[in-house]
Design a protein around this ligand. Sequence first.
Ligand SMILES: CCCCCCCCCCCCCCCC(=O)SCCNC(=O)CCNC(=O)[C@H](O)C(C)(C)COP(=O)(O)OP(=O)(O)OC[C@H]1O[C@@H](n2cnc3c(N)ncnc32)[C@H](O)[C@@H]1OP(=O)(O)O
Ligand SMILES: Cc1cc2nc3c(=O)[nH]c(=O)nc-3n(C[C@H](O)[C@H](O)[C@H](O)COP(=O)(O)OP(=O)(O)OC[C@H]3O[C@@H](n4cnc5c(N)ncnc54)[C@H](O)[C@@H]3O)c2cc1C
Length: 674
Amino acid sequence: MALLETSRYSQGSALGSVNPDLASERQTASFCVERLTALLDGGAEQTRIRRAVVEAIESDPVFSRENQYFQTQNERYEAAVRKAVHLQKKMHEMGWTENGPEYKYIYRALSGDVAFLLHRVFMRSISVLGSDKQVAKWIPLATQHKLIGSYAQTELGHGTYLQGLETTAVFDTATQEFILNTPKISAMKWWPGDMGRSATHTVVFAQLYIHGKCYGIHPFILQIRSLQDHSLCPGITAGDIGPKMNFEHTDNGYLLLKSVRIPRENMLSKFCEVRPDGTYVRQGSQQINYFTMTTVRISLISDEVLTPFMKACTIAIRYSVVRRQSKLKPGEQEAKILDYQTQQEKLLPQLAAAYAFHFTNNYLQELFNRGYAEIHRKNFDMLPELHALSSGFKAVITQHCTAGVEICLRACGGHGYSLLSGLPSLYTKILASCIYEGENTILLLQTARFLIKCFMAASAGQPVPPSVTYLAAMKHGKCPAKNKLDFLSPDIYIEAYQHAAVRLTSNTAAKLQDLIQSGVKKHDAWNQCTVQLVQAAKAHCHYIAVKNFAETVEKLETKAGIQKIMKHLCDLFALHGIFSNTGAFLHDGYTSAAQMDMVTASYLDLLAVIRKDAVPLVDAFDFTDKCLNSALGSYDGQVYQRLYEWAQKSPTNQMSPAYERYLKPLLHNTLSKL
Ligand SMILES: CCCCCCCCCCCCCCCC(=O)SCCNC(=O)CCNC(=O)[C@H](O)C(C)(C)COP(=O)(O)OP(=O)(O)OC[C@H]1O[C@@H](n2cnc3c(N)ncnc32)[C@H](O)[C@@H]1OP(=O)(O)O
Ligand SMILES: Cc1cc2nc3c(=O)[nH]c(=O)nc-3n(C[C@H](O)[C@H](O)[C@H](O)COP(=O)(O)OP(=O)(O)OC[C@H]3O[C@@H](n4cnc5c(N)ncnc54)[C@H](O)[C@@H]3O)c2cc1C
């Protein structure tokens, strides 16, 4: 299959040709890499547009990430702001617009290393929760960066439990204003991105009070800094929360409010409104004000989670075919580490998961588009299903990909631990995605709540949303597989996943009911079931991911070897899940121990099959060297030379005052005695 040009990928280093150990991997691809890239992009035209964006960004020195690993928090922040400001000019120069086809590729091309991400969440909040009038007023200002927004929801004392937020917004009918206060230290907003040093405005969440009655949390647009000189507005105290594990380029901030008055028009009022006389009107449930989070939980999967995960797979797999260590066969040269079965077992399931979740993301996007169109029309019927799936998949995908990046890092041995491999920063960044936008356990419990409700409804013969109709169809048979090849049949493994998911949900629902019937209070019973509820939610998402992958493969074109290799990856994804969760499948005897041996055999066979295409499969992700920013993962595989070159650039190689101050006196002292 055609080799991709080295020049498009290489990092402009003085390094020469492609390492023969990597080049040979590309000669034997069983499928057309370019076709697969186009499939991932959603068509060859999309690939063309994406590459043009990448080219324009990477050829502009302002966007360089060359010295990123050597920068301090202040330098990272400043560089991110510089890039964000320059990006506006670049967009104008290139004719890119927020609604244009290029827009979605810019962030990936910048590797997320840019300020004002929360400005986008600010805009998203106004778009989804604001009235037409508010959208017309604020969105053009935000689009043109006449203001910089953020999203101020979390407080020192509460992030998860939104009902417990303590910031207040009291409506004053006399002046037609809301008076905002953070009455105690735990009410201080803490964490909002872009707020510590940049934002002029924020969407702040506060408990709404009218005539002394609390109506729950609502979003308000609040100006926090002057547009003239960036000084803090009266009644506002704000700053940066300090060092973090990653996100050095983002100014996560704190915010204290002391009797800050904002006009009535600043409460986002697409669904909830306070009329001049203090009458409160709402459409949809109280939780409609959480809708920004639902949209962001889905939006973040692609750029914040799958892209870093695919990068980690690319780095670790390319490295694993140029790294030779120990001998596999006596008398031969040392083996590529990817030829060890254990190394394959670390990396190839990650590769399969990257593809699986790519297709899950497409599924979620499609569901979201339909759901959002309905909600826009004020039809909230799809909201519970959308909330359950966006919560569950946000948790499952971030959890899996974070663990996967760590596996990739460790699979690169000592060099993986170097920042120059790119893996540590991918890891520390992706790890945050398990926490922000809803901590994962909490989100899985939201999915479980939906599952239990739907299970009860389905058991009573009532209609339930499409993704959970299977809950009504518990089959009591056994897995029909007779030999290991049967486990390469999607019908067999999808059924096994379905069975496990139904069993976990129905058993937990039964336990819950038993506890309640035996007199345990409902909330205590729920708490006593939460470990199993989390398991049920994960099993539900895993089942949908496997089913969706298999259905996607079914529809793929058979030409160019694409469907065949995707089928292998789908099988691997499914069998890896069974192999690593045997208990869930053996539990009630649906799958026997002998069948589990068949699963193991097929699973291990697949590793050897996919091993042959491992490099072309990561090449298809189509990351340039600049985008990977990894001494281990470059297209040419010149790993040692690059590590050495990059280490030379480290400020740690400049003479440190430690010599004059400490080492010299120490050594000179010793010298005199020698
Ligand atoms: C945008 C463009 C570019 C973006 C590009 C990517 C961004 C890249 C990011 C990188 C940078 C990091 C950015 C981080 C930004 C933050 O992290 S922002 C802060 C995020 N914070 C959270 O996620 C808080 C998590 N907590 C919650 O969502 C809520 O407190 C909980 C956990 C859902 C519980 O809420 P609650 O009101 O106590 O509700 P609960 O009693 O559990 O349930 C009541 C009912 O509401 C329903 N419900 C709850 N939530 C919802 C919902 N969301 N929808 C519908 N129904 C709901 C329940 O299902 C339940 O329904 P029923 O069963 O009664 O029918
Ligand atoms: C990098 C980063 C960026 C962020 N950006 C923003 C931002 O822009 N705007 C913003 O508003 N916020 C932001 N946040 C805050 C983030 O959304 C919250 O930290 C997150 O929602 C988790 O809430 P918490 O900190 O209260 O966790 P906690 O709820 O305190 O979680 C601690 C532990 O308690 C457990 N727990 C809590 N409640 C329950 C329960 N009911 N049942 C079982 N277990 C429970 C959790 O599972 C977890 O194990 C950001 C956070 C990070 C790390």
